[in-house]
Ligand binder design. Sequence first.
Ligand code: AP5
Length: 212
Amino acid sequence: MIVVITGAPGAGKGTQADLLVEKQGFRKISTGDALRRQIKLGTEVGKKASELMSAGKLVPDDVLLDILKAELAATTEEKILLDGYPRNLSQAETLKTLKEQYPVKAALHLDVDSDVLMSRLCGRRTCGNCGASFHVNFSPPKVEGVCDRCGGQLQQRPDDNEEKVRVRLDVYENETKPVLDFYQGEGLYVRVDGNGSTEEVFERISKAIQSL
Ligand code: AP5
């Protein structure tokens, strides 16, 4: 079964997905992480994606479908959290065509006040080695610039600055928000209040998942 986790950039999808993996045995598939791995490896897909991602724009649907299929094929776990897909109506329709093998159980919408998103994203730092995520104010590492988990160097994502975040929020409004209506129509939409501390949000999201 698939649980889609959706919401605006900075809503906390990655943070909550990592907790669900750790505490509830989910396998996370993050299309953003998968694309960043392709960029790091210097593949053709990575080269194509790099410019679009740095600009805050979406990567073409056909590229994403290849990535999704490869990630699903490499997954043996029964509970899959899909973070970052679908991001537009066409991707939502595509995912629906896979329902025999991968039925979507729910689409959890982490709903966060828009004024919070910018500060969450501009303060985010990510480990270049293990991918762990921190925030300079809300969840700082013990030693500035150094990952608590593996000692790797913390970096700022190229799309985490004010200019690019504005583009990403526009893309979210215009292309991703209709996906929420799509799942409402399918009877799969579940809103979760994403404001408050990571722990508070995790409690809400865990309750929402228990009730599925
Ligand atoms: P992706 O990596 O999916 O980025 P995004 O959706 O913009 O989401 P983010 O990862 O930026 O935010 P998040 O909600 O995971 O927040 P996080 O938990 O890290 O995609 C990147 C790009 O890839 C796209 O722009 C596009 O180009 C491409 N792409 C990916 N999928 C695609 C698709 N399907 N189709 C086409 N293109 C695609 O939290 C953010 C910060 O806030 C962190 O520092 C965290 O510590 C902090 N924080 C989180 N929760 C809290 C809290 N409760 N309180 C305080 N701080 C918090």
